[in-house]
Design a protein around this ligand. Structure first.
Ligand code: HEM
Length: 372
């Protein structure tokens, strides 16, 4: 597709699919032409509208800049770096539990799923015992109802009870924090101020929902994908065991080679053109992140898993104004979890592809079951 039809209309989904790296970058870096406001595509269901109020991933300037600016005051790289000890403790607890159980480790169920959910719950000051609830919300929004569910009446109807449950739950917690201030991200968000403006409860709830959903399955995918890459490339794993300082570069290569998110969506705000293809105003434009990552024009020898790439400018965390706010946390969790796996187990093997299960590859490039 990159060579023969780099921008292609898919009548089934209505998407204009963008396959080349350079075009993907243009889409992400031109917010006036390619808008993040996707509300036109979503059925006007009350629960979804409430969730969108603080979900600045679906907003354009100036609201996006204002809300992201407020939230960034609490969610700083320094704040994330301070979580390392706790991320390590949670990782060790999870793996100790597997060792005590004495049977096969399922990387997804035992580590890649519970680690990000537990960390984000603690960061927000929510009980980690509620993590099954968080899991069910993320699955309802991203997995169970299919990748295009958010744009269909039936899909949104199936999601609505979960979104309502999530909104109600988070609203209760924000109100508790307002009446009895406690340490944590919710409290920081309540106090954050920009140009005399503070966040309203609905905005905090929308942002917390965004964090729970955006930061969970993607980070799980990254950890599982790294294990799959390391299993396929024994020579790389041997190098990483010898020199753990290579791990951050290896994680970037995993992000490129197996991008957790398959698509990144925008709405054409005006009639436009990409690589000579005309895209009409109002169209759904989807960058195929997995294809951009294998574009030989951007990455020499793109199908080789090479942790020594000099400039690994992958798009897996997006680019431009909406670049992933949680990237430092995802990188930290992946580094800690993978270091622990490599040091704790002298060797590990994925027993056979028939035992590995995957999510719908149209939505999330990730294993849903990965026994070692
Ligand atoms: C945005 C990917 C982890 C929070 C994004 C975007 C991508 C992405 C591609 C850009 C969306 C766009 O341009 O419309 C990923 C991947 C992750 C990951 C691959 C893990 C490997 C996280 C984590 C968090 C998080 C751990 C927080 C706990 C966010 C937020 C945004 C975002 C808040 C919206 C930023 C904005 O619109 O300004 N992520 N993400 N993500 N991500 Fe992540």
């Amino acid at each position: 597709m990159r060579r023969d039809e780099p921008v292609s209309h898919d009548p089934a989904s209505g998407r204009w699919r963008v396959f080349r790296y350079a075009d993907g970058l243009k889409v992400m870096q031109d917010p006036e032409t390619f808008s993040n406001d996707m509300s036109e595509f979503m059925p006007p269901v009350e629960e979804l509208i409430a969730f969108q109020k603080g979900n600045f991933q679906n907003m354009d300037m100036p609201r996006h800049r204002e809300l992201r600016g407020l939230v960034s005051q609490a969610f700083t790289p320094r704040f994330v770096a301070g979580l390392e000890t706790r991320v390590l403790e949670v990782t060790r607890d999870l793996l100790d539990a597997v060792d005590a159980r004495g049977d096969t480790l399922d990387v997804v169920a035992d580590l890649a799923h519970p680690l990000p959910v537990t960390v984000i719950a603690e960061v927000m000051g929510l009980p980690r015992s509620d993590r099954e609830l968080f899991r069910s919300w993320a699955y309802a929004l991203l997995v169970d109802n299919g990748v295009d569910a958010i744009r269909s009446e039936a899909g949104v109807a199936a999601m609505a009870p979960y979104i309502r449950e999530m909104n109600d739950y988070l609203t209760r917690h924000v109100r508790w924090h307002r009446s009895e201030p406690r340490d944590g991200l919710i409290n920081d968000l309540i106090r954050a101020e920009l140009d005399g403006r503070r966040l309203a409860d609905v905005e905090i709830v929308g942002f917390l929902g965004l964090l729970l959903i955006a930061g969970f399955l993607t980070t799980s995918a990254l950890i599982g994908n790294a294990v799959l890459c390391f299993d396929e490339h024994a020579e790389v794993t041997a190098k990483l065991r010898e020199d753990p300082a290579l791990l951050p570069a290896a994680i970037e290569e995993v992000l490129r080679y197996r991008s957790p998110l398959v698509w990144l969506d925008r709405r054409a705000a005006v009639d436009t053109e990409l690589s000579g293809y005309r895209i009409p105003k109002g169209a759904l434009v989807s960058v195929a992140l997995v294809s951009a990552a294998r574009d030989g024009e951007a990455f020499p020898d793109p199908d080789t898993f090479d942790i020594g790439r000099r400039a690994n400018r992958h798009l897996s965390f997006g680019k431009g104004a909406h670049v992933c706010l949680g990237a430092p946390l995802a990188r930290l969790e992946a580094r800690v979890a993978l270091t622990e796996l490599l040091t704790r187990y002298e060797s590990f093997r994925v027993p056979g592809t028939e035992e590995v299960e995957f999510h719908d590859p149209e939505g999330l490039l990730a294993a849903s079951r990965l026994p070692l």
